[in-house]
Design a protein. Sequence first.
Length: 537
Amino acid sequence: MANSQHANFDAVIVGAGFAGMYMLHSLRDKLGLSARVYETGNGIGGTWYWNRYPGARCDSDSYVYCYMFDQRLLREWEWSERYPEQPEILRYLNHVADRFDLRKDIRFNTRVTEARFDENANRWTIRTEAGEVVTAKYFIGAVGCLSASNLPKFKGLETYQGKHYHTGHWPHDGVDFTARRVGIIGTGATAVQAIPVIAQQAKRLTVFQRTPNFCVPARNGKVDPEVANARKADYDAIRERIRNSSFGFELSFIEKSALEASPEERERTFNAMWDQGGFSFWLANYQDMFFSKEANEVCAEFLRGKIRETVKDPAIAEKLIPKTYLYGTKRQPLDSNYFETFNKPNVLLVDVNETPIEEITPRGIRTSDREHELDIIVFATGFDAMTGPLKKIDIRGRGGQTLSRKWDDGPHSYLGVAVAGFPNMFTITGPGSPSVMSNMPVSIEQHVEWITGCIEHMRQHGLATMEARTDAEAQWTAHVAEVANASLFPTADSWYLGANIPGKPRVFMPYLGGVGPYRQKCDEVAAKEYEGFTFTA
Ligand code: FAD
Ligand code: NAP
């Protein structure tokens, strides 16, 4: 057994992104527990360690895309832009790791492959790919919702003689596109960021689009120092507002139906949100946008008009206009010159519904009508979201039941944080919690603090195990589905439902009930001596 001196921990945490880092700090420095983090990557940062593609930056405003648990940290860090680029976010997270001396308890380059609950010892045994074995009372998944990249099986990929990259595993020394013929598959939030930047460098960029996206301008830029200072002075109030909000932002819906507003009023409102940029068009629009197809349609039509205004060739504009799903039911990408990029002479749009990709050849990509010769192929094909990273670990709870098997028909979870039959296991931003339907650091902090509360409760009462009850889990899972089904979200083939992964059960995974109400529910559960959980002494 490797490192036997420290082979038994109070807690083992998997993942060293926003979630795992704060979980480590919380358990080690607030509760004084022994904790070890395992991380596949060779550094901290998670999403911001892996996603180094050109144009990668956050879509959440930087003043809320950060930890809020420490006043000094909040005040000392200066963001350079409204949406900082990946290197800056990674620098921030490294600053946090330094500040709280986190690295000494993180094992990098180490993938956790197995975790088994031992019912006699009431402990988890955790194995790594390299064969290290440790035990822990608590097993905590901080594996990320978007960390298992999805590389679809394209016939002939192994024969391709050029270079190919997935955006979620981008080389650390970058990729030089100068004078290259580049192909990119995918037009999700990642590709929307990457395409304008790659198009500036590449000799030719061919975009292979399956589903077009409604995009809203990010409107990135420097933040006025006066605004930044005012926010710093007001952080306590900002934190309260975002913690009790719907989506973890300082945004709330217009308390009116889109259909009640006159066309002139709507136009003014839409244009104001369009000019403001960011998520307001998506998350602070008329309140019935996610519930009424007619209300949704007027929002969609405004955005279609913007695409038609921006893209010079009407035939290309039509291809870029979404027609197969309702606005906002797929994640809203923010763009900087995305549609403008299709006016460039070196950019070609291929609609793979018209001319499907048949195979990847040694020289490029063959669609049904021709071969596209390419020096580089970029796969911006997304992730096996939410359940993917957890299912990749062989997790076994009571009676040897595997999590993967239990979730065969979709995730079952109590509050998105605990699973019946898997005692002392917690999932940070697991399926069934607001997670990806929120500004994630807000949801991550809430989960970490709530889990810390559970563990402190167990310590104070000398408890050996804490486990979600099957009935509580079933009720919560049904509630998550009920809330989703009351909205228009499940009508789209999105990754929120696993629709991007062949064979994945079609279940809406995040909780749509809102960050504030969810927090309240978790607090009530804790106040009622952890209602819905059983404990053993
Ligand atoms: P991650 O950052 O994904 O970290 C999880 C870590 O766990 C990874 O490093 C992974 O290597 C490790 N891991 C997983 N399995 C194992 C294993 N078996 N063994 C060892 N290690 C393992 N959210 C927002 O709210 N706003 C944004 O603007 C935003 N921008 C994003 C941009 C991109 C390109 C992407 C992909 C996502 C973005 N997100 C955004 C979502 C983002 O994932 C979260 O904001 C946040 O970074 C998640 O942190 P995390 O710690 O939960 O997970
Ligand atoms: P994504 O939204 O899942 O997009 C993947 C793209 O690849 C889609 O256009 C998809 O088409 C296409 N695709 C997948 N398989 C294909 C195939 N076999 N053939 C052709 N096309 C295929 O993934 P993503 O863009 O990486 O974004 C994932 C999530 O990460 C985002 O929604 C967001 O939450 C987060 N993210 C955030 C930011 C940010 O905040 N700054 C940036 C990037 C990503 P279909 O739509 O038809 O499936």
